[in-house]
Design a protein around this ligand. Structure first.
Ligand code: URA
Ligand code: SF4
Length: 203
């Protein structure tokens, strides 16, 4: 399934793509951003974590998940145990939507090429989506309340939807679900090796 996205590859590295994102003006969000937020982490990451869009702190620093949601994300990773340096973290849209509103469909569409090429360049085994907006990008019929914590297959990879950490900060029940779900991530990685064993040695 991902092969449909591999026909053109305008950027030959994650860094080259990040530079394009930093100067991008392809949608209206460029006019209100302080910094765009291409993503951060290991270019050899097996786990690709996708949030919704930068918030205030991310826009200020140009880095993903550096505010309170990011702190919870770090705590969740620590439980596996893993660090953010071992994964790659990005967002569906790379510039902050004003007042943290949901990104509009035309903004998601304009930014789509960056997410697709990051996926192609990193070739991760497991795609972790955080929250509804990110999950719908890969699993349009999904329901976050039902599908969070499920190990699903998507285009030769494992798709592992989680609640958004910001939802966990607002709701203790959701936070507990997040803490429980994240413990399945090592199993998701093991299943990824069964779905596509060649990825285990492809890097
Ligand atoms: N929420 C997101 O979806 N992404 C971030 O980078 C920070 C908060
Ligand atoms: Fe470009 Fe994406 Fe930022 Fe829009 S959100 S300006 S498409 S990088």
């Amino acid at each position: 399934m991902t092969t449909a996205e591999t026909s053109s590859k305008p950027w030959n590295s994650i860094d080259a793509l990040a530079n394009a994102v930093r100067s991008c003006t392809a949608c209206g969000l460029h006019s209100t951003r302080t910094n765009s937020v291409p993503g951060s982490g290991s270019s050899k990451a097996e786990i690709f974590i996708i949030g919704e869009g930068p918030g205030f702190n991310e826009d200020q620093q140009g880095l993903p998940f550096v505010g309170r949601s990011g702190k919870l994300l770090d705590e969740l990773l620590t439980a596996i145990p893993m660090t953010r340096e071992e994964v790659f973290i990005t967002n569906v849209v790379k510039c902050r939507p004003p007042d943290n509103r949901d990104p509009l469909p035309d903004e998601v569409a304009a930014c789509r090429t960056y997410l697709e090429h990051q996926m192609e360049l990193l070739d991760p085994k497991v795609v972790v989506t955080l929250g509804r907006v990110s999950m719908l990008r890969f699993h349009p019929k999904g329901k976050i309340s039902q599908d969070h914590g499920k190990i699903l297959e998507w285009g030769g990879r494992i798709l592992f939807p989680l609640y958004h950490p910001a939802a966990g900060l607002r709701n203790p029940t959701i936070k507990r679900e997040l803490q429980k779900d994240v413990l399945k991530l090592p199993e998701a990685l093991r299943q990824a090796n069964r779905v596509s064993p060649k990825k285990a040695t492809a890097k």
